[in-house]
Design a protein. Structure first.
Length: 766
């Protein structure tokens, strides 16, 4: 049996386990059952709250009708009508008297006995067309509406009565009165009396304060043994409400909820789910809303139940039915998982340990599941093959990596060594020596550079005594010649002769008879070829790809190093030329300044004259351009001379002689700082004088030009020029001579080819 199981595909085993566990059917059934029970529970709750609200609405409307019927039946009795109208008629016609008082007492008794005692009314009043005539109540001491309030609102009551008559209503009407913070609903009953035979007229009103506790509040109470619901009636003002004490105590009423808003609108009754409260008191309810119209007066009924009752019912259902099913399913799943784990996990664990061993470099951890004939057995077999291949590849990669690391390290060492070198010949000699010393497969290296005409690659650096001999004889190869160097300089790409005996480009050299393989790499910068690096090996098939890459990198760095050295030498030469030009310019400017001032030197002294001979020290300062401190003199002084240096040109010196007791080297440093600033100040002064002289020359030239421009006669122009130039140059004599031109090409002139007479000026002025 086990063998058959192990022979099955892994997918078949997983499928058997899933079918055996019945996971999918049970989960689907459970989900559908849950959704069905949830939907069924919610529909039942909605149906229940609608039924409960309808029941409460019908009970309230029935009690309102009962109250109206009791009042109608009372007034339909002629005796009752006469009893309650007589006090009004007598009081109206005869005024207050013992007779009217007796009639009022009788009316109060009959109202109490036949109306208030029914429990539908709190109190009753008789109102003539102007004021309250009398009042009675179940308990006059706690009457909800006092006579004074009725008197204060009698105008409103009378206005309501007139509206009843205008509408043609002959019986009752409802009116809502505000008394303090409460609202009271009163039943307004017109009273008609016979004033003449066959003639009746309105004499007043019977006002009945409806007992809202009996009519409304008692009907809102929850039925015992049913689901926990609550209800409230919103009074016509839209803000006041009536409900049971329990609902009021639990603060469940919200006149601004969705249900309350719907009940106050023109929408007919219905059931909605909405949220009431806020913050921690926020809850979801299922509410029934319905308007209640009583004699054109609108009341609003709202009945609600907490929506979480659905969850409670689901929990009950789960506890009763679902829990045993889930428990059985869990046990079944556990058994399936246990079976699957024992079937698969041991083999996978062994395979995982072998994989971890491969990651740590251990390729010898055994895996004993190759004998299985399912997918796991195939996986183990494939893993073993892969592990063997990884072992071989890893060893090869390690070997190549070590070689690559060595080549990179060597390249870095050589690059660091040549980066700081500033002598081109020394740089190239150092490169080839380092290549031979660090690459075991290379026994000879050399560098060729193109000549100025780019016709020959001339050997510039080579290793060993063989290289010295090649350099001494001026070894060079023509660009494009049949040689590795000739081809690499022509094609500007790497040329490799892995076996010179089979190579078409290798050219033998009698000095390098041990060469079996040769590699040449172009030295080029920004597309410009400047030469080639040539390395040779004693072994065939040398120069692996990694080594070629390393040497290519090294060749690029050599090219950059050579270019850097060339640029350094060129910049040093340019800097030297610039410095020499600056010094010559400075020296010439000061010579011109001295010549313009007709002096050979300037000398100013301060302090006590000692006749010390500074000539020797000065000579040393002029030569070195640095300050020199002399020996101690017989007078106990220390002489020193500081050069006046400007742009590395010594313009002069400043001579100091300081008592030995006061001399410190800081004084020399201070003198150098002061003299350096003196040099700058002197040069600035010279430049300022030069600029002034230039400005004066420009001004004089402009003035003379302006005067000459104003003249139109040649003789006047010449005389003006002579006078102005003489004054400007302060010369005692100025002469201008004009001559005829000499004949050209043998032509005859007016003076027959004679030169003008130098002693006979045409124009002159003293």
């Amino acid at each position: 049996m086990n063998r058959k199981i192990f022979s099955l595909p892994l997918q078949a085993k997983i499928l058997i386990a899933i079918v055996f566990a019945v996971m999918l059917p049970l989960l689907t059934l459970g989900w559908l059952g849950y959704r069905g029970v949830q939907q069924f529970s919610r529909e039942n709750i909605e149906s229940y709250i609608a039924e409960s609200g309808t029941r409460r609405q019908q009970a309230i409307e029935s009690d309102f009708r009962n109250a109206f019927n009791i009042a109608n039946n009372f007034l339909n009795s002629a005796d009752n009508l006469e009893t309650v109208t007589n006090p009004i008629v007598v009081l109206e016609r005869r005024g207050a008297s013992s007779e009217s008082l007796e009639m009022e007492n009788r009316a109060e008794d009959i109202l109490t006995a036949r109306l208030i005692s029914t429990g539908f009314f709190n109190s009753a009043w008789l109102l003539n067309l102007r004021e309250v005539t009398m009042a009675t109540a179940i308990d006059p001491s706690i009457s909800l509406i006092e006579t004074r309030t009725i008197q204060d609102q009698s105008n409103r009551i009378l206005q309501a009565g007139r509206q009843l008559r205008e509408r043609g209503d002959s019986l009752q009407g409802l009116l809502v009165l505000d008394v303090g913070q409460n609202q009271h609903v009163i039943l307004l009953n017109p009273l008609f009396a016979e004033v003449e035979v066959g003639d009746t007229e309105l004499v007043g009103y019977l006002i009945l304060d409806l007992n809202l506790n009996t009519i409304i509040v008692d009907n809102l109470a929850e039925e015992v043994g049913q689901l926990e619901t609550y209800a409230y009636i919103i009074l016509p003002d839209g803000a006041s409400f009536l409900t049971t004490e329990d609902t009021l105590r639990r603060n469940l009423v919200n006149t601004n909820s969705v249900g309350a808003s719907l009940s106050k609108s023109d929408i007919s009754s219905g059931v909605e789910t909405y949220t009431v409260g806020s913050g921690e008191t926020r809850r979801e309810v299922i509410g029934y809303h319905s308007p209640i119209n009583i004699n054109n007066t609108r009341f609003s009924l709202v009945a609600e139940i907490n929506a979480d009752i659905v969850g409670e019912q689901l929990q009950t259902t789960f506890t009763t039915f679902a829990f045993p099913l889930i428990l059985g399913t869990a046990i079944l799943i556990f058994l399936v998982l246990l079976f699957t784990t024992q079937l698969i996990n041991p083999s996978l664990s062994r395979l995982r340990l072998a994989m971890q061993g491969v990651m740590r470099g251990n390729y010898d951890i055994p895996v004993r599941d190759e004998g299985r004939h399912d997918e796991i057995g195939e996986l183990v077999h494939t893993f073993n093959d892969m592990r063997d291949q990884i072992r071989v590849l890893t060893e090869e990669m390690d070997s190549r990596l070590r070689a690559r690391i060595r080549d990179v390290r060597v390249t870095q060492d050589i690059s660091r060594a040549v980066t700081a070198e500033r002598d081109l010949r020394q740089l190239m000699n150092q490169v080839v020596d380092l290549i031979v010393a660090n690459f075991p497969s290379i026994y000879h290296a050399q560098i060729f550079l193109l000549d100025s005409a780019k016709e020959y690659a001339v050997l510039r650096a080579s290793t060993g005594k063989i290289g010295e001999g090649l350099l001494q004889r001026g070894h060079k190869l023509a660009v494009g010649s049949v040689s590795v160097i000739g081809q690499v300089t022509e094609q500007s790409k790497i040329i490799i002769a892995r076996d010179i005996s089979e190579s078409d480009v290798h050219r033998g050299n009698e000095f390098l008879h041990e060469t079996r393989a040769e590699l040449a790499i172009p030295l080029q910068l920004s597309g410009t070829l400047i030469g080639a690096l040539d390395v040779q090996s004693k072994f065939r098939d040398s120069f692996a790809e990694d080594q070629v890459i390393a040497l290519q990198t090294l060749a690029d760095q050599i090219t950059i190093a050579i270019e850097n050295v060339r640029l350094y030498e060129e910049s040093a030469r340019l800097l030297s030329d610039l410095e020499r030009d600056r010094r010559a310019t400075t020296r010439y400017a000061w010579q011109q300044y001295m010549n313009s001032n007709r002096v050979t030197g300037l000398s100013i002294a301060a302090g006590t004259e000692t006749d010390y001979e500074f000539s020797v020290i000065k000579q040393g300062v002029y030569i070195s351009g640095k300050s020199i401190v002399g020996e101690r003199t017989e007078r106990g002084t220390i002489p020193f001379v500081v050069p006046i240096n400007l742009r590395n040109e010594t313009l002069g010196v400043v001579e100091y002689e300081v008592p030995e007791t006061d001399f410190t080297y800081d004084k020399v440093l201070l003198a150098e700082e002061l003299v350096s600033r003196l040099a700058v100040s002197l040069d600035n002064a010279r430049l300022f004088q030069d600029s002034q002289q230039t400005a004066d020359r420009e001004r004089i030239v402009n003035e003379i030009s302006a005067r000459l421009t104003a003249q139109t006669d040649i003789e006047s122009i010449i005389h003006t020029a002579i006078q102005e130039v003489g004054q400007a140059l302060r010369t005692p004599q100025v002469a201008v001579r004009l001559h005829k031109s000499r004949p050209q090409n043998g032509s005859n002139g007016s003076n027959n080819g004679q030169a003008p007479d130098a002693d006979n000026p045409s124009l002159a002025d003293n």
